[in-house]
Design a binder for this molecule. Structure first.
Ligand code: GRF
Length: 218
């Protein structure tokens, strides 16, 4: 069966891109990465795409007068590549409502919190300051409002005594690298679908037990 075609949009380090690249090397993975686009010419993730022989494009937002012009160029590039889904992986640009509506149901993002809590930036610091005991990450379809849209999957991690924003970010990132390829596989493999504003799974998709911090019974 033909594999689902993905575009991955990045702005920086590209570790989530790498997790998708690695997953897509498995012959049974239902998706492949057709192209990587960065809005920053120096994004480290571009080297990861090059190393994996994936076509890469820089669409530098600084070359465009308006957000609309930038998004139009992005849309042209994605349409030419005939991708099925667009995965945002550390893509640090707000997309216009028109662009998001054009790609609604085909635009996926990963965010390092258990949404709808802690949208936006500096999330790890804000979670530490708020004293939350469970943190995590979310993969979701993108709606026009920042960091919102139907949730595909989430992974939780404990916040441990003495954690800093950096140590918490590292613990969450480890789960991001597991969760993003898993969620994309469910969507691409048609085992999860969006309908009526929520994502539902096939009955054979299995789930982990509850995560509690401190452990239940302690
Ligand atoms: C990740 O924490 C992701 O959740 C957020 O931006 C960061 C990107 O990291 N949206 P990387 O570029 O994938 O390493």
């Amino acid at each position: 069966m033909a594999r689902t075609k993905l575009a991955v949009l990045i702005s920086g380090r590209g570790s989530n891109l790498q997790s998708l690249i690695d997953a897509a090397t498995r012959p049974d993975y239902p998706a492949e990465i057709s192209l990587v686009i960065s809005n920053r010419p120096k994004a480290k993730g571009l080297e990861r795409a090059a190393a994996a022989n994936i076509p890469q494009y820089v669409i530098d937002h600084k070359d465009f007068q308006t957000r609309e012009d930038f998004d139009a160029a992005l849309g042209d590039c994605l349409r030419l590549a005939k991708v099925d889904y667009v995965c945002l992986a550390g893509f640090m640009r707000m997309l216009t409502t028109d662009f998001v509506n054009d790609w609604r149901g085909r635009l996926i993002n990963i965010h390092p919190s258990l949404l709808p809590a802690f949208k936006g930036l500096a999330v790890h610091e804000r979670m530490i300051d708020a004293g939350v005991k469970l943190a995590g990450c979310t993969v979701h379809f993108v709606s026009p409002e920042m960091d919102s849209g139907p949730i595909i999957g989430q992974a939780a991690v404990p916040v441990l005594p003495g954690d800093t924003a950096d140590s918490l970010a590292a613990r969450i990132l480890e789960q991001e690298h597991r969760l993003y390829p898993a969620c994309v596989a469910l969507i691409a493999g048609k085992k999860a679908r969006l309908s009526g504003g929520v994502v539902s799974f096939d009955p054979d998709v299995s789930f982990d037990g509850a995560l509690s911090n401190p452990p239940a019974g302690s």
